[in-house]
Write a protein that binds this ligand. Structure first.
Ligand code: GLC
Length: 433
């Protein structure tokens, strides 16, 4: 892969940094020049930016850097719930009333198709063209998530893929398969003061669906195939759900695992309570926060384990969109462009441990230094191969069906076979409507 040919090794780091500094100075000056010429004649504008709870502090750093470069634009932050499904529903309420209260908002990769079709979002192509932004600089999958009927409605901010975190002071070599993980989590639980072998997201919400998609794909199953056919009722899916049910009902997960989302996972993890955990890349940042984490320096990560077929990570991530009814579209675009551009994404990566969607940033020495993940070839491959959730304007209905049926299976109210059959008939019915 061209990114990882270790070309940095051949050039002195000093020369490399000087070159990069020179390039970025030019780029900075270019934006600052046009920026201040434009800005001096413009009046002060406040735009409202809605985005979820951010435990990393990267969002504040982004806003500060943007305001410094754009003195005429003030960003007012509106914090949304940490649970993506809950914030989704709040956005739908606001936007369906054609409110202009929010200008810019962060969107989960599963929303743009729906928001575009419902006409909540402003189409961005004219801005992209006018500013000469090359969408080929981004990972293709992240661009596609923001594209609906050939038009771009969302700019990729960062990408996510599920990862296995482990305690390097307890685990020598991370497990390669889900069965190995099961065994190790049981055996190592209790070492170094831990109370749990494994942490995951099993609450009835979107994050649980992302965990399920990983199990299902690892055993060779799929929910909707590339021809848009529902194929979830298969022995492979049943095998994946069966494995997930085993973990949830094991004696090494917290007894309230059915209420665990990312926040609970992160809190227990940085509190040193677990040997292994599944979470998104940002947990590398919170893990190594010397002040807030009891496990700083003792955390490693690996790809998620394999099932019978392969190992799989669900594709997640966040994008930026503009409310179609925003009264400040130009300024809103400036902020979206900044957050999704190289400078903004670098801040998210360095301050927040968020994985860039701009491929070249993985070659940036500061990004590599800030987070071990970004200098890791296996991780970038995982990102590129991550499994998307069904891309559909009716995704909210699909995920609701999955959440209900999978939750029943996790609670052992129905069997994995029943869950797969129910998902099949209900998703088919929803898609036929
Ligand atoms: C992360 C992912 C997002 C996913 C969510 C589930 O925020 O980036 O895509 O839907 O987790 O909780």
């Amino acid at each position: 892969m061209k990114l990882w040919n270790k070309k940095i090794a051949g050039v002195s780091v000093l020369t490399m940094s000087l070159l990069l500094a020179a390039c970025s100075d030019d780029a900075d000056n270019a934006t600052e020049d046009t920026g201040s010429d434009d800005n001096s004649s413009k009046e002060q504008v406040e735009i409202v930016y809605a985005s979820g709870v951010d435990v990393t502090g990267a969002t504040d750093a982004l806003i500060e850097a943007f305001e410094k470069e754009n003195p005429n634009i003030k960003i007012k932050r509106q914090e949304m719930p940490a649970d993506t499904g809950t914030s989704h529903d709040q956005y739908v309420t606001t936007f369906s009333g054609q409110s202009d209260e929010i200008d810019v908002f962060d969107a989960d990769v599963i929303w743009p198709a729906e928001f575009a079709q419902a006409q909540y979002a402003l189409e961005l192509d004219r801005f992209i063209e006018a500013d000469g932004i090359n969408m080929d600089d981004f990972f293709p999958g992240t661009v596609q998530s923001g594209n609906f009927n050939g038009r771009q409605y969302a700019m990729p901010k960062y990408t996510d893929a599920g990862l296995l975190f482990y305690r390097t002071d307890i685990v020598e070599t991370p497990p390669k398969t889900w069965d190995e993980l099961f065994e190790m989590a049981g055996e190592l639980n209790g070492e170094a003061g831990t109370e749990f072998g494994y942490l995951m997201q099993a609450n009835q919400y979107e994050g649980m669906v992302t965990n399920a998609v990983e199990f299902i794909a690892a055993y060779g199953g799929e929910v909707v195939n590339e021809n848009n056919e529902v194929v979830v009722d298969s022995p492979e899916t049943v095998a994946g759900i069966t494995k997930m049910v085993e973990f949830v009902n094991s004696d090494f997960v917290p007894s309230n695992i059915l209420s665990f989302q990312e926040t609970e996972t992160n809190n227990a993890w940085v509190g040193g309570q677990a040997v292994f955990a599944r979470n998104w890349p940002y947990m590398q940042n919170t893990s190594n926060d010397e002040e807030a984490s009891e496990v700083a320096g003792n955390v490693g990560f690996s790809v998620l384990p394999a099932g019978d077929e392969t190992n799989a990570a669900t594709l997640g991530g966040w994008m930026s969109m503009i409310n179609r009814y925003s009264a400040h579209q130009e300024e809103a675009w400036e902020f979206v462009k900044f957050m999704s551009g190289p400078e903004g994404q670098k801040i998210s990566a360095v301050e927040g441990g968020r994985a860039p969607t701009i491929e070249a940033l993985y070659d940036d020495p500061e990004v590599q230094e800030a987070a071990a993940l970004f200098a890791n070839e296996e991780f970038v491959t995982t990102l590129q191969n991550a499994v998307p959730r069904p891309v559909s304007p009716i995704y909210p209905q699909i995920t609701d069906i999955m959440q209900v049926e999978l939750s029943k299976a996790l609670a052992q109210d129905i069997t994995p076979e029943e869950a797969a059959a129910n998902m099949q008939s209900k998703i088919e019915a929803a898609m036929a409507e």
